[in-house]
Design a protein around this ligand. Sequence first.
Ligand code: HCB
Length: 218
Amino acid sequence: MQSRELFEAMARSVVEGDSDAATELARRSVAAGIDPLEAINEGFVRGINFVGEEFSRENMFLPELVMAGEAMKSAIAVLEPEMAKAGAARKIHGKVVLAAAPGDIHDIGKSLVGTMLSAHGFQVFDLGVDVPVARVIEKVRDEGADIVGVSALLTTTMVGQRDVIEALKDAGLRSKVKVMVGGAPVTQEWAAQIGADAFGEDAVQAVTIARQLVGSPG
Ligand code: HCB
């Protein structure tokens, strides 16, 4: 199968919510030596984006969204170790605390950001989904984090990103840690409005930005 056909089959496996097919296609791409991030972005992400669009048009419904998310996660479970290998034994650029905003249970993109940051020499503390602001602050303080990354996929949970920034100020930590926000509805404008240091469009950009934020661009 050519890479283009493989990418199309990957997208289709997510649209059909077929975790077995997604796993198999991910394995096949590893065997074929395809860059795992390319497989995610050119294959699986295109499928999940299509599902998101169809969901908003009410052509697909919650069970399909759930199954598509599961298929996507099955594929990433195969590809993640391959991405991590690429960055093994690099020098540590800094510590990053990652969390999905309070009320938000989307974790695919955040986890991908975490994997990419780990693969590029950051020590990542991923607190998971629906993380209370106080828990983020506590972890930033305990670890002496250099960066905190807050993910929000819902317009209603984006305010949690602002709440983290305000809570960091209240805790006297704002000058010690950089804040990077991301997630599908998040924009550069929103990041500026809430006083974040940076907006990460995707996992690759998040790595570039994180390096800049810790003054270690190379
Ligand atoms: Co969800 N959902 N969902 N969903 N979902 C979205 C986000 C909608 C946009 C779909 C739509 O209507 N078009 C929509 C939000 C509308 C809005 O608020 N504007 C929506 C809705 C409405 C909902 C529910 C409310 C549905 C319901 O229950 N009626 C519900 C909310 C649950 C909650 O959080 N409280 C819900 C649930 C779900 C699941 C559970 C079924 C499933 C998530 C599974 C999981 O994550 N374990 C899901 C999914 C899969 C989606 C879509 C289809 C895909 C999200 C995704 O994984 N994208 C999404 C539509 C879409 O976004 N296209 C839809 C792929 C990843 C790779 O991209 O953007 O997450 P990403 O991350 C990127 C990027 O943003 C950046 O890097 C990542 C990697 O490249 N980035 C950061 C992300 N975080 C960063 C942090 C940083 O510091 C830096 C960069």
